[in-house]
Design a protein around this ligand. Structure first.
Ligand code: ADP
Length: 341
């Protein structure tokens, strides 16, 4: 998955580069900086001494020494004052500069901590939004897997408003399976019974003609239906990409799916994706709820109201919000698996 939010200690990440939320001296400090220096060993500090510091919003690269990562990219986040002193632009620049350095060094996997969100005081929900916005923009143009590493759950918050809106939506829509069945039974019992057949008054000819017509219409309808049933997930996906006038790359990038998986789906007409993958494409294609259900069915799944994951997706589709990275933020906050590969 090109962008993933994970809960981990960044010093344990087996990636090409980890990013350090450093200070301008680059000579080590507390928080994630301290953790990275102590895991990397003295060699890192020795190399950092040769770099002559780093300005806020900029980034510099060193080796990873004893870390599982090959490189450490040191970037200096802004100290949050009141949000009116260019903090956002500086924080964006940290992500952009770090990603540019990673690209320059042919890194395929990079892990970021939430820069500035510790002692530098940047509000965590806003810091996360900046991270997601800059990284997802970068991924639209570049092939890379980027992790945002959240150290502890308490350190991670989507905005209170979004969280409570989604919580309310889940409360309103969540049904446990038993309630579902009993509702279904009541609904079935309430359905009108088939009306008794009326005597036909038409002449035999009229009647035969009508039967012919009906049979033809039924056949057309059946053919259309069979055609739709015959269409596989992969075929529907490619059809929708064409209908939306998107390129393949636009589609899989907005779905947070990597190119290899997309090629597999493209070349295998009977490919059965996982539910999060199928939904990721539905989000990327900005499908309506009905179309989403249709696409899921092709993959053998359905949206269910006894599943928080599904209700959260439904919430976003019903709001017309198809930003997969924001959806993943919310899924993460509710301890659900994320969309994408
Ligand atoms: P800053 O000075 O940029 O605010 P901090 O190190 O104080 O940097 O905090 C940045 C973020 O890194 C915080 O959200 C903090 O929870 C997180 N953090 C601290 N230690 C680790 C670690 N070992 N791995 C990942 N994230 C960490």
């Amino acid at each position: 998955m090109p962008l993933e939010i994970v809960r981990n200690d960044i010093t344990k990440m087996k990636v090409d580069a980890i990013v350090n939320a450093a200070n301008e001296s680059l000579l080590g400090g507390g928080g994630v900086d301290g953790a990275i220096h102590s895991a990397a060993g003295a060699g890192l500090l020795a190399e950092c001494r040769t770099l002559c510091g780093c300005k806020t919003g900029k980034a510099k690269i060193t080796g990873g020494y004893n870390l599982p990562a090959k490189y450490v990219i040191h970037t200096v986040g802004p100290i949050y004052n009141d949000g009116k002193h260019g903090e956002k632009a500086l924080l964006e620049s940290c992500y952009r500069e770090s990603l540019a350095l990673a690209k320059e060094h042919q890194c395929e996997t990079v892990a970021f901590p939430l820069i500035s969100s510790g002692v530098y005081g940047y509000p965590k929900d806003q810091a996360l939004k900046v991270a997601i916005d800059v990284i997802s923009d970068f991924l639209l143009e570049n092939e890379m897997t980027v992790y945002i590493v959240i150290f502890d759950k308490a350190a991670y918050k989507i905005s209170e408003k979004l969280f409570s809106d989604i919580a309310e939506y889940i409360d309103d829509n969540y049904v446990d399976e038993h309630t579902d069945y009993s509702r279904e039974r009541i609904r079935m019992n309430a359905l009108p019974q088939a009306a008794p057949r009326k005597r036909r008054k038409k002449s035999d000819d009229d009647f035969l003609e009508m039967c012919d017509c009906k049979a033809m219409l039924a056949e057309d309808d059946l053919n259309a239906k069979l055609k739709q049933i015959d269409e596989s997930f992969s075929q529907m996906l490619l059809r929708k990409i064409d209908e939306k006038g998107m390129t393949d790359a636009e589609c899989y990038k907005r779905a947070n799916i990597d190119r290899k998986l997309f090629s597999k789906i493209r070349s295998d007409v009977n490919y059965k994706p996982s539910k999060p993958t199928a939904l990721a494409f539905a989000i990327s294609l900005e499908l309506s709820l009905a179309e989403t259900e249709d696409m899921l069915r092709k993959a053998g799944f359905a949206l269910s109201h006894s599943n928080k994951f599904d209700i959260i997706i439904e919430y976003f589709i019903s709001k017309g919000n198809y930003n997969i990275f924001e959806i993943n933020e919310a899924l993460f906050a509710f301890d659900q698996s994320l969309l994408g590969a």
